[in-house]
Design a protein. Sequence first.
Length: 408
Amino acid sequence: MTSNEDQNILHLLQLRYGIVASSPVMMTTIQRLVQVAPTDLTTLITGETGTGKEVFAHAIHGLSKRRKYPFVSVNCAAIPETLLESELFGHEKGAFTGAVEQRKGFFESAHQGTIFLDEIGEMPIATQVKLLRVLESGEFIRLGSSEMRRVDVRVIAATNRDLEYEVRQGNFRQDLYFRLNSVHIIIPPLRRHPADIPLLVEYFAQRVCAKIDVEFEGISEEALAILENLPWQGNIRELRNFIETLATLEQGAFISTDLLRKYIPPVLPAYDEQLHSSSRPTAAIVHVGESQRRDPSQEMDLIYRTLLELRNEVSDVKRGMALIMDEIVHLREEGVAISKVTESPIITQENTAILSDEDYRLDEMERKLIISALKRFEGNRRMAAKTLGISERTLYRKLIDYKLTELY
């Protein structure tokens, strides 16, 4: 985006909806948002938890011709299956136990506006059928009624699930998936656009400081470098909560690396209050001459650099594991036989003689990789799945396939 009009739209997105970005990957996603917003196309937004799917939905509605009408947000996972149909389409008095009066559903409440169906992957099959009819014709029937009703609503759906996988598993209707997928906006995780972290930190810090009526004093380049190298598994939501907490408790103080150490101990060395408050020198086990003593600030810089290098190396290893798993799946699908593979990193003529036939099987190698990952993380499925480069759902399914659920 280079034109003045595009810059104005970016400013509007930040000012009104909190969409802050400048990285190429996010600019591509924002361009997609701006293209689809003026239309009435059904839109599917996917992305990990915390990437801002509902924020994007609000922006699409706000930039559309329906912005003067209601925006109704529905979390399909938060409503029990037995009540979801009634909540979406309404019910008549006496339709079920507890229905003491007639009630309009979310679709009727959103007439001429936009309805946002979050966690659409959690919707039961029976309700999916009725949703498909509304998408196709705008028609629906209240629970307990025989009267056909019509509604004019734009539908935006969101999920962090892989709907194509859910379709293959029979958990999601294929025809509904095709209908929802008229326009697909994929919001990348924060780790794919760390260049936006400085902008996001400034935005969140300024906003919270304005609320508590203090001035934000800024953040050091070294502290930003540390934040950019954190995994942020909760994505932008996690970063926002972190910055808001830090800025509030520290009253907008300048964010240095020392200040960060108080709030992210799992990543940086543990913060020692006595070390900072005590004026007494600490005795060393090994005597160091005056000429050999280092400036403490230089030592801390060295520690930070070492930690960042270690984190980058771990990330490279994880990416390598993910590529290996992808290649294994690809070879399995193509029916290609993999030659002698064992858990040993090096195979020589001396140790190949002790390999059994099972060591050459793809499924056995995959099983051993899964067991190894789970042992490494002491049975933590989420961390094991991330290391293996697969989803937690896929890992659970493989545990069932390999009869490992009782062990892990």
